[in-house]
Design a protein around this ligand. Structure first.
Ligand SMILES: [Fe+2]
Length: 272
């Protein structure tokens, strides 16, 4: 089972550039064509929040046109740039999304159980796993303790060292960590929000953050890091679930590159 994680697409209304610089719709379209044309296309796409830039109706209209390029199932959760009710309306044909309240759900259709969380706080950049959310998650995990389970959520429950992003991570993340100690079937959490590929170990769980489909938060670990971004080469993360042994994550570069070139010559000898 191959999962593509696409995150932080920050789609703008037609003709508008994110931060007056980035054509996020064109970048997402390139990403989707890249996925479609992979030798092994993904079985499922998880979109982990900040799908629209200001949560506007017209942004989701463009997003939906782009998602229509894909013929595999797509699951969406919101980030802090999304507007929950406009998001819900835009994806009202996505039957797994609840009609009211948080946009959280369990996907039971695959060998790997996947739980999408809504960490957003309306009007706020940071996220939260409040007691209601934790209680709901606890119930879901108690119901199927023997199934390997992956959680995906927008805000990481960890700090990354990029200080201006860490102040808007998932508050109460350690309470989530303590809860997961009781549910060892959860082996990994996929996040977005930080616009960089980052991995860490936390409370016995691997937390991985995927790069944005459009721009990279500057890799600046100083205490006075400022909120800036780079247009580094675009990538997308592919997570393969194989033989019940955890996820194997590949970073796939989007674009046309020179190659492939052989390592061995026509006689099977390593080229010197
Ligand atoms: Fe974002």
């Amino acid at each position: 089972m191959l999962i593509a994680q696409v995150t932080d697409s920050h789609i703008k209304a037609k003709g508008r550039l994110a931060y007056r610089k980035v054509d996020t719709a064109a970048n997402l379209e390139r990403c989707f064509h890249h996925l479609i044309n992979l030798k092994t296309p993904p079985d499922v796409v998880l979109m982990t929040g900040d799908l629209a830039d200001f949560g506007r109706v017209e942004e989701y209209e463009i997003l939906r046109e782009l998602i229509a390029l894909l013929d595999m199932p797509v699951y969406v959760i919101p980030g802090n740039h999304d507007e929950r009710e406009i998001f819900r309306e835009a994806f009202k044909d996505h039957q797994y999304l609840p009609r009211t309240g948080d946009l959280r759900y369990v996907i039971e259709d695959y060998p790997l159980r996947m739980i999408g969380l809504d960490t957003t706080i309306p009007g706020r950049p940071e996220g939260e796993m409040c007691s209601n959310r934790l209680a709901w998650l606890d119930e879901q995990l108690k119901a199927k303790p023997d199934l390997p389970t992956l959680i995906f959520m927008h805000h990481p429950p960890v700090t990354t060292g990029i200080k201006h992003m860490d102040v808007q991570n998932c508050k109460n993340g350690d309470a989530l960590g303590r809860l997961l100690k009781r549910h060892p079937q959860v082996f990994q959490i996929l996040c977005g929000h930080v616009h960089r590929p980052i991995h860490t170990q936390w409370h016995g769980v691997t937390v991985s953050i995927a790069p944005s489909s459009s721009n990279y938060v500057a890799l600046d670990l100083d205490d006075d890091s400022s909120a800036e971004f780079y247009l580094e080469p675009l990538t997308v993360q592919l997570h393969e679930w194989r033989d019940n042994s955890g996820l194997i994550t590949h970073l796939s570069f989007i674009g046309d590159f020179s190659g492939p070139y052989p390592f061995y010559d026509e006689h099977g000898k390593l080229i010197d």
